[in-house]
Ligand binder design. Sequence first.
Ligand SMILES: Nc1nc2c(c(=O)[nH]1)N[C@H]1C(S)=C(S)[C@@H](COP(=O)(O)O)O[C@H]1N2
Ligand SMILES: [Mo]
Length: 162
Amino acid sequence: MRRRRSLWLSATAVLALNAMAQSLSLDVSGAISRYTDTRARVYRVSEPVLRMLPQYTIVTATSWTPRSAFVGPRIVDILQLVGANGKEVEFQTLNNYVYSISIEEARRYGVILAHTQNGKRLTPSDFGPLFVVYPRDQYPNELKTPITEAKYVWQVIGMRVK
Ligand SMILES: Nc1nc2c(c(=O)[nH]1)N[C@H]1C(S)=C(S)[C@@H](COP(=O)(O)O)O[C@H]1N2
Ligand SMILES: [Mo]
């Protein structure tokens, strides 16, 4: 009885950990020089690593979300981690939307890949697992325009350095 119970618990824990690992990792590819999978030339940034990087908070509204505190690492810090050498970063998403931004712009605005909104982990139904967040309310003239809407990429699962 005791044995069965502990087996059940560990199976549940393994499922939970797998689910977390699957929904929360970020695959970085392209012009990078460090890899977790050398053959595939991919650096899979796990959730613990995403949270180990310096965490920044951007308080802003977006066209889809009310004024909120978004938390996550800076894109440029992730690029440094993987030894990126490029000019642009292309985001890959759960719905196959693909969009590129310049690395210079990511640095200038301190753009983050948010994993948390108001203390809650973002999920795919609310712009997660990762959401590209700019400090829109701090730079409304530059970042709050119809043209810049496309930059707020949600459901991000990968980045390709170009
Ligand atoms: N993952 C993901 N992010 C995305 C999009 C998308 O389709 N998928 N659309 C982008 C574009 S082009 C715009 S203009 C805005 C607004 O998308 P909406 O018109 O669907 O609200 O979200 C941006 N972020
Ligand atoms: Mo768009």
